[in-house]
Structure formats: structure tokens, C-alpha cells
Ligand binder design. Sequence first.
Ligand code: ADP
Ligand code: MG
Length: 307
Amino acid sequence: MTSLDSALAVSCENLVHVYGTPGNEVAALRGVDLTIDPGEMVALLGPSGAGKTTLLWHLAGLLKPTAGTVEIDGRVLSGLSSPALSSFRLREVGLLLQNPGRNLLANLSAMGNVLFAQAPTRRSRKVKRRRAADLLERVGLAHVAHQVAGLLSGGEQQRLAVAVALANGPRLLLADEPTSQLDPRSAADVIELIQAANVSLGTTVVAVTHDAEVAAALGRTVTIRDGRVGAAGHGGREFLVVGKDGTVTLPPDLMDVFPPGSLATASRAEDGVLLRRVTPGSVDEDLAHPRVEARGVRGDGIPPEGS
Ligand code: ADP
Ligand code: MG
């Protein structure tokens, strides 16, 4: 089997997640549609509270959707039995939670943590040790291999968590802010390690990040805003995304043109849609000047000529 045969596709359809109890609900995801190709690397961006962590937990099968589906390699996660789901998580997913310490067994050594993570594999003890030593070396932790994880610094714990997440050679790596506590050099090492897994195993990568360098290294960006896919980026340019139901999230720098609750008209323009604010009761719409023009963008990301 070549690496690309084993790469794993991810898709979410109208994924909705509501936390809390009746009368006290928080809608964290409000209909996320997202398709990630096998072996693709995607950075999830967006402000705090947008729903990034919730989305990542769904991709790991750790939450049940309020509505909609998560499909990994053709399997709808909410339809799997709990043994099948556990096996999926143990054997196919590398998960890096937002708080590095939560990924580790505090009383085990750094080496012990990377060995423990390989328990579900059929590798011999010798192979496991070699792989653990190699991973620790690559995240710059060889010198603390025998120190207890709970006593490592925040940055060291984060690098160890990356080594743990990659220990099984996961087909899907889900990482929540994997470089949040690292200096630029350590962050670059972590990115390099993730890229190497992507190249050698075809690992599909989804990483939440606030770091522009991480986002650039992963290539494709998806911005989550208020529980929806708000924008998507390719090659450093960012585009709005039209949802299945026609919804579009305005970029934050245009929000002043359309304060929440604004009324607007949408009309066909030559190469897109013209959105105009309307003042209720005003007879002449043209007096309401603020407007946004949306131009059509071809699927290849190149705006049509003349734009
Ligand atoms: P992000 O990772 O983008 O900062 P989260 O997915 O953590 O966003 O949170 C999305 C929304 O859901 C936020 O409003 C947050 O307060 C809420 N939320 C997250 N976890 C819980 C929870 N366990 N119970 C209730 N609300 C939650
Ligand atoms: Mg988060």
C-alpha cells in the first residue's frame, strides 16, 4: 500500500453543535460544510470562541453532532459502534489537545509517554524504542527523554505532545494550537515534523492555529467565524465562502458597513452580487450609499478578468 492509498478524507456536512441544557444553549457550530482531501493539510483560523476546538473534537469523534454529519474515509462517525470509534481514535488519529499537559501522562518519562502511545501498534519493543528516540530527537527533547513529563516546561510538554500524537503514524493528525507555547525555532521544528509525517505517510492534517507561519506552512486555510466557515484561503489569498444555503459571512473589516441587524438588498451585478444597505422606510434605496460588491471567483481561485 502506498502512502497515498492510506491517506484519509474528511468531510463535514451541515455540522451543528449546541452545548448546554435547554434554556441555556450555546450554538458553537451552526452548520459547517467542509471537505478535506486525503493527504491535505489545513489550518483552521478564527477568533477565540468561533468553534475551532469544537470542530476538531468532532473530527476526532469525541462529540456527537446535534445535527449534521462527520464522515472520515466514508464512515459516518456518529454511526460507528463504540468499539469501532475507539479503534479509529487509537489507530488512525493523532490528537493534540489545546492544553499540552492533557495529552501526557504526567508521571511517565518523556520516553515512556512516546512508548505508551504506541501500545495499540504491533511493533516490537525494540522498534517502539527506536521510533520514540527518533521522535524525541526530532522535537529537540533527546536530552530530557528520561525526565518525568509533568516536570517539563510548557514548551517541552507541547513538543512532547507532538511526538506522542505522531507516535503511531496516524492517518489523520488533529492539532489544537500545536505551537502556542513555542519560540519560533521550536515552532519551526514542530511544523517540519508535521510536514514530514504528511509527506512520508500521507497524513491528513488539520491544525488550529493563530500563527501565520504555521498557516502558511500548511497551505490551505479555513477561517471559522461564529460557528461557520467564514472564509477560505489558498496560496496566501483569502476568499469568502458561500454556504450550501447561500449564507456568506462578511469579513470583519466590512462589518461597520452592515451593523448586525442591517437590512440589505442583493442584486445581480455583471460578475457578482451587489449588496446594499437599506434604511427601513426610506423610499429611495440609492440614498443609502453603503454597499459591498461581491465578485464571482472561479473555482481555481483566479478572479474573473476585469476584476
Ligand atoms: P474556539 O476553539 O474557536 O475558541 P470553542 O470551540 O472552544 O471555540 O468554543 C465555541 C463556543 O462554544 C464558545 O462560545 C464557547 O464558550 C462554547 N463552549 C465550548 N465548550 C463548551 C462547553 N463544554 N460547554 C458550554 N459551552 C462551551
Ligand atoms: Mg480553542
